[in-house]
Design a protein around this ligand. Structure first.
Ligand code: PMP
Length: 287
């Protein structure tokens, strides 16, 4: 992704894509002091931009560093980067990290940095007509007392990439992860919803990101009078669910056809949520 034309916002100014580099002794690269966002723009409008900018600041704060850019400044920088790259439908990737001013675990003297890139990114996961094929991840989501699980922090993606590669090597598209207790958690980059008897069931976000798309889907469902039950979900129950879909800013709403030995149908409720979300992000529906 480094050798292409375009502009990347870096610490306050737009720089040519190929010149948006950092030093190899960047603290983030050695100690994972990095947080990021994944945002989508539709028809030139960035969906829930300020919510994402606020989450970026919160994620950094959870790792102990404060960003010198306000939500308004991050919003403006995202919009500026989109415009510079002439994009209307785009994926926007803000990332913030501790710099190379100090080596070692302690990072008190490092400076916070931020970059924003954006590019056209089509469908993140292709469900075909029968839904995604998910593996069961060999890695589990950590406990909230082991890692700051509500931060969208790069370090937490180590287990996601390993699980994703493990799944891909076995012919699956992605993996369903359980948490440290063995409860159903989420996929490697998206939250999980299940359908049973016309209601939505979704795990309580105790060990994983309470996604912006997840919270949006809950509101969309409630608007339609669909019951949403947030609770602990155990793998033994997966058999009893009729439908399963994933939610995420990049993934959007994507049906799942199977997860390990369990199979699911691509049904009406999933389709309805897909349509409502598509209408919402393009301003054809309001909450
Ligand atoms: N979980 C993980 C691990 C993710 O990477 C994402 C994508 N940011 C999500 C959940 C969904 O979050 P959101 O809906 O805010 O994009």
């Amino acid at each position: 992704y480094d050798d292409r034309d375009g502009w990347i916002w870096l610490d306050g100014k737009l720089v040519p894509w190929r010149e948006a580099n950092v030093h190899v002794l960047t603290h983030a690269m050695h100690y994972a002091s990095s947080v990021f966002e994944g945002v989508r723009a539709y028809d030139g409008h960035i969906f829930e931009l300020s919510w994402h900018s606020q989450r970026l600041r919160n994620s950094a704060a959870m790792l102990g560093f404060d960003l010198p850019w306000s939500v308004e400044e991050i919003d403006a920088a995202c919009i500026e980067t989109m415009k510079a790259n002439n994009l209307k439908d785009a994926y926007v990737r803000p990332v913030a990290w501790r710099g190379s001013e100090q080596m070692g675990v302690s990072a008190q003297k490092t400076k916070p940095h931020m970059a924003i890139a954006c590019w056209y990114w089509g469908q993140y996961l292709d469900p075909g007509s029968n839904g995604l094929k998910l593996d069961i991840a060999p890695w589990r989501r950590p406990a909230p007392f082991t890692a700051p699980v509500q931060a969208k922090a790069a370090g937490l993606y180590m287990i996601a990439t390993m699980s994703k590669h493990h799944a891909e090597a076995r012919g699956y598209q992605d993996a369903l992860m359980f948490d440290y207790r063995g409860q159903v958690a989420e996929a490697t980059g998206a939250n999980a919803f299940f359908v049973k008897d016309g209601a939505l069931h979704t795990p309580t976000p105790e060990c994983f990101l309470n996604g912006i798309t997840r919270q949006t889907v809950i509101k969309l469902a409630k608007k339609r009078g669909i019951e949403v039950i947030e609770r602990a979900i155990w793998p033994e129950e997966l058999e009893s669910f009729e439908q399963f879909f994933l939610t995420g800013s990049a993934a959007e709403i994507v049906p799942v056809g199977s997860a390990g030995p369990w199979n699911f149908a691509v049904g009406d409720l999933t389709r309805q949520m897909q349509k409502d979300y598509a209408d919402l992000v393009r301003g054809k529906l309001t909450l």
